[in-house]
Write a protein that binds this ligand. Structure first.
Ligand SMILES: [Zn+2]
Length: 199
């Protein structure tokens, strides 16, 4: 979907709006690794370090942030809405292996503005909580069902998943950091970049 169509779709239904999460959610932190070369492609995929999501997704995430805050934690976002062109690029880099990247012919839930890649920080130290793996690690330990021996790491993983699932998201089968908004299927795949959204 292109920009003009997107604008029309927002007029028809306000839920279609892509919301800037940094502006919308107090205290949220961003670490948009795809706007740097420090990601699995070793290439800069985004020109701007931004995180966007559809309005109901942003609202659900705001509620989750309040729940995390009560526990002394805050959300740190690695990625949100992802233009379709970026998904095609990932797929090319992974040479068609769809275990950890979406098949571009279907489009991913990130392309619909309905998926969030994230971790948690400690509000006092601002440091990231210890999780089973790094973001985007293509290993079995990334699966949310993988065994974890360190009780602190297990508790951190349980916390991020349980709070997110209580607030309308579902963790992805192979990635503890990826959360799909329940209701993602009501939104279409888009290929609008961040610059265009901020025009
Ligand atoms: Zn993801």
């Amino acid at each position: 979907m292109k920009f003009e169509e997107y604008k029309k779709s927002v007029k028809a239904n306000a839920d279609n709006e892509l919301v800037n999460l940094k502006d919308f959610i107090p205290g949220i932190t961003l670490d948009i690794l795809y706007a740097t070369t420090n990601n699995f492609t070793d290439e800069k995929i985004y020109n701007l370090a931004r995180a966007y999501a559809r309005k109901p997704v942003a609202e659900a995430l705001k509620r989750a942030q309040l729940d995390f805050n009560k526990l002394g934690y805050g959300i740190k976002i690695f990625d949100g809405y992802r233009p379709y062109s970026a998904t095609v690029k990932f797929y090319e880099v992974m040479k068609g292996d769809t275990t950890y990247v979406a098949n571009p012919y279907k489009g991913s839930r990130h392309n619909r503005g309905c998926a969030i890649d994230m971790s948690l920080i400690d509000l006092k130290t601002k440091l990231e909580l210890k999780m089973p793996t790094e973001y985007d690690a293509p290993v079995m330990e990334s699966w949310p069902t993988a065994p974890v021996s360190d009780p602190v790491v297990r508790k951190n993983r349980d916390t991020i998943i349980s709070v997110m699932e209580r607030n309308g998201f579902k963790v992805y089968t192979t990635e503890w950091w990826h959360f799909d908004f329940i209701g993602w299927d009501k939104f279409v795949v888009m290929n609008i970049d961040f610059e265009e959204l901020e025009k």
